[in-house]
Every structure is written in C-alpha cells, then in structure tokens.
Design a protein around this ligand. Sequence first.
Ligand SMILES: [Zn+2]
Length: 213
Amino acid sequence: MSAPAVASTSPSTALADAAREIVEVGRFLSVRNFVPATSGNFSRRLDARTAAVTRSGVDKGELTEADVWALDIHAPPPPGSSAETHLHLHLYRDRPHVQAVLHTHSMVSALLSNLRKAEGELRLSDFELLKALGDNKTHEATVSIPIFPNDQDVPRLAARASELLAQRPECVAYLIAGHGLYTWGRSMAEARRHTVALEHLLTYELETMKVRR
Ligand SMILES: [Zn+2]
C-alpha cells in the first residue's frame, strides 16, 4: 500500500499558525511600549484572498488566538473588527508580496508625525539602521516615510494610502499624524524588524530635532 499523499496546509491550520505568530508579536511589541492601552493592530496573510487580523478592543500584549480572525481581503470587515482593518486589507490587495502588517502607536511615532505632518513625509538618511528597511544596502540612501493626516473615516484614509503607495513600490511604511506607524514585510519577521528599526530611526530624528532647537 502506498503512503498517503501529504495534505497541504488546511485553512484552519494556517489560521492557527498565523494567530500564534500574531500573539507572539503582540507580546514582543507590547513590552516595548509600542501599543499602549488597546491600541495597534496586526495581521498576517493566509492566502491570496484571506488574511488573519486582530479584532478590536484587546490589549495587544494579552492577545489569545481567538482574538485573531480570518477575513476576506476583498469584503467589508465584519462587526467587531478593528476600525483600522481597512488599512491592513488594502495592503494585501495592492501588494501580493506582503505577508504581514504591523501597526503601532508608540509615543515617538505619534509625536514626530504630528511635528512633521506639514511636510507630508519624513526623510531619513545617514543612519546605519536604514539597512534594516526593505532591500536597502547602505546608510547613504534616503528613505521617505509618507505622513498622512489622521482621519476617523478609515476607508477614506485607506484609499488615500493606497493611491500614494501605488506610486511608491519601494515604500515599506507610513505614518499617520498624531497616531502611529504602519509597516509591513515579506514575512512576519521582516515586518517586526521594520517596526523596531523604524521606532529607533524615529527616535533618532526626534532627538536630533531637540538638539538643533
Ligand atoms: Zn491606530
């Protein structure tokens, strides 16, 4: 008797794996004070049409796997989803290579994005840590992080982000003024690396502004 064919990953297994990754990254980012109160939200692609996304209203350091829902990336988010789910789903629709999206509300991302919102972007250069972003090979590159005005009409904000990012395929992050940071990656590990690197780069920039006053 021949060996049974190896089953491909079932949808429920893929969701459980993604949920475990999200619970873990929630703890990692929470202990660094990047997601105070119940702020922030995280997601992981499951397949071409589905993503696992954190639900609304949970402390991201205390997530359980039941707080992560599988959502159709082309459908309106169901009741109980985070209001910001639209900002995750447009990235999965627009960028097939995106595997994970992380959104944080750290103090530095809220402060610096407010201070620099009139410029519409934050330009970062001459920091070694820029090499942690995407495929950057050198600190000599200038990386532009778009800054969008905050907007409680999240579908409108998602449409604005989608439109601008279509012109910026190299972009790996954006800021929302007075609010926080969105970044993504080709894996959860890359998205997490982008989050940590950007939190440090934003801190460098804010500290530099203080010294220059
Ligand atoms: Zn937010």
